[in-house]
Design a protein around this ligand. Structure first.
Ligand SMILES: [Zn+2]
Length: 324
């Protein structure tokens, strides 16, 4: 029998295990009743040029959830609401967008994270339509690169009927992330609330042909000009990806923060989905400092659309400034 520490892996906080929230693929997809419906961006894609490379933000949708006290684990709800109000944001709910990125480099196309496909709620699952609007078919994707194994990032690899959404793509995954979630002993020992997340990972990866799955060690170069970086904390193996072309750099930070209006402004705040809050906090500060120092463009999976822009120091933390 594994104890809690072994279950979650070295360095993972034992508090994470108590959360029944670790199947965000299910939770994120639900819109709370009586809170209205989020406005989805139209068009749901945005293209930018980085040196010789095109980077295209592809929105999969937005989920609206009531702002609950446990959303920020280590700050009083009044402070959370005050920070939202100071930015003219609603205080009774939170809109969390889901935006993947397509990198077109020469004749190779790399998709970073996947959205939900048809496995999510009514205001998700738009990625393939937005990909089409940007001029690409699912068969055009040569590589899918996965940041981490939470449902909102991987469920779109496979449709509800089991079919692969991007049938020709090699799927690149962080080796430590894959090892963590595919460990059957760890799944067997996991509390009920966490089993769904392990099951969701198996739905996507269990039958993936071996020659389509590419495990990388975080830090490795995945293709010329595309490098992975270890960014552990939110999950045991989360990785960010840096794209460099002609001296310019873009970094996809995945879930370095959930919505930046809370967690870039207060990098020490922990969203309930951070599996090791302390490691996530340190990673957040380190990566944001680096982005500012290197003047990189940054894209985040849960950043407000177009989900890429610059990061600037603000108060005790940082501010995301979306590209206009
Ligand atoms: Zn996420």
């Amino acid at each position: 029998m594994l104890n809690r520490r072994q279950l979650l892996g070295a360095g993972l906080a034992s508090t994470a295990i108590a959360l029944p929230w670790l199947n965000p693929g299910v939770l994120w997809a639900q819109n709370a009743p009586n809170l209205g419906t989020p406005d989805l961006p139209t068009p749901g894609f945005r293209k930018m040029r980085l040196g010789a490379v095109d980077i295209i933000a592809l929105n999969d949708g937005i989920a609206r959830r009531p702002l609950a006290a446990e959303f920020v684990k280590n700050a009083p709800i009044d402070q959370v609401k005050a920070l939202l109000a100071s930015q003219n944001l609603p205080t009774d709910y939170i809109d969390v967008p889901f935006t993947a990125f397509l990198v077109v480099s020469g004749n190779q196309r790399f998709l970073m994270d996947t959205g939900f496909a048809d496995n999510g709620g009514p205001t998700t699952g738009r990625l393939v339509a937005n990909l089409a609007a940007a001029g690409y078919k699912p068969e055009d994707i040569d590589h899918v690169i996965i940041s981490h194994y939470h449902g909102d990032h991987i469920n779109g690899l496979r449709m509800k009927n089991g079919q692969l959404t991007f049938p020709k793509a090699k799927v690149h995954v962080p080796a430590p992330e894959h090892a963590f979630w595919m460990d059957d002993a760890r799944m067997a020992a996991a509390p009920e609330g966490m089993k769904g997340a392990f099951g969701g990972v198996r739905r996507v990866f269990k039958d993936l042909p071996a020659d389509q799955l590419v495990r990388f060690e975080p830090g490795a170069e995945l293709a010329p000009g595309i490098r992975s970086n270890a960014a552990f904390g939110h999950t045991p193996g989360m990785s960010t990806f840096t794209v460099t072309s002609e001296g310019k750099s873009f970094i996809f930070v995945a879930d370095l923060t959930n919505i930046p209006s809370l967690f870039a402004r207060n990098p020490d705040w922990a969203v309930m989905f951070d599996m090791d809050a302390e490691a996530a906090r340190q990673t957040r500060r380190r990566v944001f400092d680096q982005i500012v120092k290197d003047k990189m463009l940054a894209g985040g999976y849960h950043f407000p659309f177009p989900a890429f822009g610059t990061i600037e120091p603000a108060g005790q933390g940082f501010q995301f400034v979306p590209m206009t």
